[in-house]
Ligand binder design. Sequence first.
Ligand code: ADP
Length: 309
Amino acid sequence: MGKHPLSLAIRNVSKRYANGVQALDNVSLDIPPGMYGLLGPNGAGKSTLMRTLATLQEPDAGQVFLGDIDVVHQKEAVRETLGYLPQEFGVYPKASAEELLDYFAVLKGITNRAVRRETIEALLKQTNLWDKRRQKLGGFSGGMKQRFGVAVALLGNPQLLIVDEPTAGLDPAERVRFLNLLSALGENSVVILSTHIVADVAELCTHMAIINQGRILLEAAPLEAVAALQGRIWRKLTDKQTLPALEQEHRVISAKLLSGRTLVHVYSPEMPGNGFEPVEPDLEDVYFSALTGCLGPAAQQPKAEEVAL
Ligand code: ADP
């Protein structure tokens, strides 16, 4: 019998650093069990929120509950059921994966030797590191280190697992392997994946939030958010020089190079004309629509249908 899965409730959390940066501005989120994506550009406030959830720093205001546990005030209770893979984590380069995992298992309170051996074997197999268990961590690739970090984070069967920007430094093959590992975890616990890579969320997460400048712009199920953009995203292949003119006339959400030309996506509830063609929206369109204020709290302009009412 597994434990009853917990949910995480974040209520009006704010944090301003001593240098005046408002890293979190009244953040509220409901995070159900499963794989949750926190998506935002660098500097958005993701790590600040992750460290707050991981009890490593306190907010200036607001509350966080993991089930009945008051995260800000009952740090020990959270830590008993928390797995945290920080953005940067050090390993002892001269220790082997097996040795260091054993060491962390002891710290986690798994004192029975037989139980510990079994736990370590299971985790090394789960993270696909069993064959490498005797190798020194100093020789591990970026992806192997990240998977080792997950093995450490999973010690003690956490109900809350936080992974902060885990795929940033990985090559494509390592990234796929790492995402596959995460996807197998998210059923009985809350798994929060913080990332600036839209594809990570698109591939893995059943729920997500988009954050920028310390504020939540959108909280949604990725598939529903994409469906809600149907008929509102248009594209045009153009040249870099004409981009400023297009930006004057349309709500350009993204412009990227494609074979030396510029592929522009615009947000528009109606056909924009001007040589634009409709495009099937994807999560990247959701992300850029939110960041440019076409979706979420900043998008206050009423739609045509609403004006008619
Ligand atoms: P992200 O993880 O999304 O990149 P962070 O939470 O690291 O965002 O940072 C949010 C903002 O807070 C940034 O402007 C960053 O420079 C600032 N910041 C982060 N940590 C500190 C700190 N310890 N002291 C001062 N400012 C910080």
